[in-house]
Design a protein around this ligand. Sequence first.
Ligand code: UD1
Ligand code: MG
Length: 434
Amino acid sequence: MSRPLAVICLAAGLGKRTKVSMPKVLLPLCGRTLAASALAAVAPLEPDCTVVVLHHHKEAVEASLRAAVGSSLRDLRFVDQGAPKGTGHAVQVAMQALGGFRGDVLVVYGDCPLVTTATLRRLRELRAEDTPCSVLTACPDDPSGLGRILRDAEGRFVGIREERDCSAEERAIDEINAGFYCFDGEALQRALQGLRPDNAQGEYYLTDAVASLAAAGREVPTLEAEDPTEILGVNSLVDLANARAVMQERILLEHLQNGVLIADPGTTWIDHGVRIGRDTRILPCTVIGAGCVVGENCEVGPFAHLRAGTVLEDGAEVGNFVEAKKTILGAGAKAKHLTYLGDATVGARANIGAGTITANYDGVHKHATQIGARAFIGSGSVLVAPSAVGDDAMTGAGAIVTRGSRIGPGEVWVGVPARKLKQRDLPPRREGQG
Ligand code: UD1
Ligand code: MG
């Protein structure tokens, strides 16, 4: 589409209905905040400019969004709404920041994280040159709390009524306003000037601007979301839990379709932005955080937790009650039971015995642990970081490898604190043990 595109994302509200102290738009959803999710859906449309309207906790919201989506959006701006006086007021402030912008203005709400790019693209395409605005609607099973779509006898869109301003008859309407609109910039600018706060909340409603465009006699086309879960808005923590379930299902479906064996999708949590190779088995009760990379033919779980920065190379295995953070597990390496690996690099085909801990935190700083290829870490070993274990080296069961230790290739260290065993005391080593 050749018309320029500006996006306005509304994220200034406090979210009182969530009853938690953090700003609503920063609530997490599968490894991304609500607002970042809404903007991630927008990014592939390649807007010329994106304005995020902020107020409550504005520094925190801005910093978080810059980190999450700053690199995927050209000309990302933030404006302070001042005391929030409604969605219409928020868009007024954003339009001032856009200064006489001509083209499409796509408005999204920062608390509606499930919309897809495809739907937003269709909404934009629906607004023809001579229509002032297109509106996304849906018919969810439960429309409570949402604005209802009003139509005339011919079925033409005439306006949006917030639930608390609805008559009993209007409340029975099942078509709702999803909170996404594509405006003609100039028409929007004019419509905003006429807004009045004459409603139950005493706010300036953006929805009234949409109604005034329809009242001016030009058609306002609507697009009904095929999948009503796309329009789930988050106003409470109950909504958040529902939205999370929907988003999680989408993420898991994609992995299943790509040849990842997820034994029990019901108990598996995988964030956005996780790459998993084919033939990898994800066993029940596993949690994989944003940014992890799992190769082909790996096994993860049951009851495993992979945190940010963890990489499993092909054929690596992480089993029961194992947590890995910022850890690289080389090809075919195994940590199968009761282990914490933090800031560790584990070489190919190393075996990490049950109960091994990398003690990576000294109370102030985090330190790294290096474990070489084919190393064999005995059960119950504690490796105090920074420390290093060479290729083909071994630690005995219960060894405490103290801070700064460097175990040479092929060496065997045992005891508390761990010391190098002399050659004559070495146990016989067989291939493929563990
Ligand atoms: C809004 C719509 C409603 C729609 C629903 C869809 C209006 C008047 N109502 O209701 O028709 O069915 O979304 O989810 O638009 N915000 C600001 N500044 C403000 C007020 C709000 O930035 O002054 C932001 C909020 O942070 C939030 C978004 O706008 O991200 C929507 O506000 P919210 O109060 O959640 O509106 P709803 O009651 O959900
Ligand atoms: Mg809302």
